[in-house]
Design a protein around this ligand. Structure first.
Ligand SMILES: *Cc1c(COP(=O)(O)O)cnc(C)c1O
Length: 497
């Protein structure tokens, strides 16, 4: 299998090169040149394997230039011992046919760990395979969860440096605390005066600047990305959808071959894109339900075919989804548009120049077939938390609640009661203030830790040890920089002039 750039038809590289480079020079994203197919029997068989074993089976299909030993090493280091459940992910049943896929059992309590625990291993393996012999500098723009998950994954990983940019006022108190107390010799954390899109745009610009790349190269360094633009982030996300389906079949919850709905709280479109890939590989999926918060650019796009980022930006109680430019949409459009890199370049040129593009009628028809999209405002999100707690004694975080709320809108409008898998992307303990507020129990707490205790009383769920431990940690990274100073922050971390 080879990987192509969504914006330049002449690029054809191995998976190791795609993972090592992160993003193509032309600004495009790397995508596989064809998608592997899995038979129903092969999918169901994955449900009987351990998570690392199943992950290896899926990676074998995409990372075709990795040896078996390399893949084995990567999955073991990522998925054995670092999650608070041996299953790596858990499936909770709200009622018969409604399942919550808990993807937050990793060290930072958000679903990003599913991919970022393995990315450093895939990346360092890729860099040594491609023989560039350079030290990897990982730059991350984060809306809160990616940053911490990447820091945990990369801390003290040999041959790497990592620098994380986050929007000064765009992350929760717990998320901020997680990042500014990060340990490790090769890490840097930097707040910027701007929102997530500013951070992401700044990082993309630094990545693709030839002069900056030249300078790094002279210093024995190369950039790579831990954002979901890196294929090494996406491949691990395909795994858990296929494995969930297999586990539901093995546990007798659904019949082999039965189509299910998948609902995903969406920001950068990485998680739901992985579900799309799982569907294209043969997993029986009836509809992909794309759930947004008030930053509902995707709801509009998937229903009208017009992407328009010229709109107000909202700071919501689901901050990891406060995004107006969803990078991974580019990959979906590349596949739906018949892998036409010139067409995709045109769309994104238009997005850059006018903040807007409109896709062809053929693509609109496919979007309609594949997706249902809707959004929840903050009050609707809180109502979903309250209702789920009252009806099912299950406490979900604000992002998951957006998905639950949108799924309920889908049922109301379609009457479709097919089994549903709702991706739960964070532990409620990551956003205790908003969750308590939704449950009407916010008063009287002086900090995040008292809130966590209170949430424990109400929900009965265990407080993740990694969050309790923050209480005694000293902040290491304080202060913030202007958007225009991001490049100097990079040079300063790397100690180059
Ligand atoms: C990152 C994140 C999302 C959005 O996922 P995308 O892959 O960017 O669409 C949703 N919820 C949480 C908690 C997240 O951290």
């Amino acid at each position: 299998m080879y990987y192509e750039s969504t914006r330049d038809g002449s690029v054809k590289i191995t998976s190791a090169e795609a993972v090592a480079r992160g993003i193509s020079r032309d600004g495009g994203l790397f995508v596989p040149d064809s998608l592997p197919r899995l038979g129903l029997d092969e999918i169901v068989r994955l449900g009987k394997l351990s998570y690392p074993e199943a992950a290896k089976e899926v990676f074998r299909l995409f990372l075709t230039d990795f040896t078996d030993g390399e893949l084995e090493n990567c999955v073991r280091r990522a998925y054995v011992g670092s999650f608070d459940t041996e299953n790596v992910m858990e499936i909770a049943e709200l009622r018969k046919g409604e399942y919550i896929l808990e993807l937050w059992h990793g060290p930072t309590c958000a679903f990003k760990d599913m991919a970022l625990q393995i990315l450093p291993h895939l990346l360092t393996t890729s860099v040594s395979k491609t023989g560039v012999g350079k030290k990897v500098c990982v730059l991350v723009a984060t809306s809160g969860d990616t940053g911490k998950a990447a820091l945990e994954g990369f801390k003290d990983a040999p041959g790497t440096e990592i620098l994380v940019f986050y929007p000064e006022n765009g992350v929760s108190a717990m998320q901020k605390l997680q990042m500014i107390t990060q340990e490790g010799k090769n890490v840097g954390v930097c707040a910027i005066k701007g929102n997530f899109d500013d951070a992401q745009t700044g990082v993309k610009k630094i990545f693709t600047d030839p002069a900056v790349n030249e300078k790094l190269s002279e210093n024995g360094l190369m950039f790579s990305s831990a954002n979901s633009i890196n294929w090494g982030r996406l491949a691990p996300q395909i795994v858990y959808y296929v494995v969930s389906y297999a586990r539901l079949v093995c546990e007798g919850k659904i019949k082999a071959g039965e189509e299910i709905l998948i609902t995903v709280p969406t920001g950068n479109f990485g998680n739901i894109l992985a579900a799309y890939y799982a569907k294209e590989m043969g997993m029986p999926v009836k509809k992909l339900i794309c759930a947004s918060n008030s930053n509902n650019v995707l709801t509009d796009f998937l229903t009208t075919g017009v992407y328009d980022r010229n709109r107000r930006f909202y700071t919501t109680i689901s901050p990891s989804m406060d995004i107006l430019v969803s990078s991974n949409l580019e990959r979906l459009l590349y596949h739906l548009g018949g892998r036409d890199s010139e067409y995709i370049s045109g769309l994104f040129r238009s997005l850059g120049e006018t903040g807007r593009f409109e896709v062809s009628e053929e693509i609109k028809a496919q979007l309609k077939e594949l997706f249902y999209a809707d959004f929840c405002t903050d009050p609707e999100t809180k109502a979903a938390i309250k209702k789920t707690n009252a009806e099912h004694s299950y406490t979900c975080d604000t992002h998951t609640a957006v998905a639950v709320g949108v799924y309920n809108k889908y049922i109301a409008s379609s009457g479709d009661l097919a089994p549903v898998l709702i991706a739960s992307t964070a532990s409620p303990y990551k956003f205790p203030e908003a969750v308590l507020d939704a449950l009407g129990a916010c008063g009287g707490c002086s900090d995040e830790f008292e809130m966590a205790d209170k949430l424990h009383e109400i929900s009965g769920m265990e407080i993740p040890a990694s969050l309790s431990a923050l209480k005694t940690k000293k902040p290491r990274f304080t202060g913030s920089v202007e958007k225009s100073e991001m490049l100097s922050a990079v040079y300063s971390l790397l100690k180059i002039e």
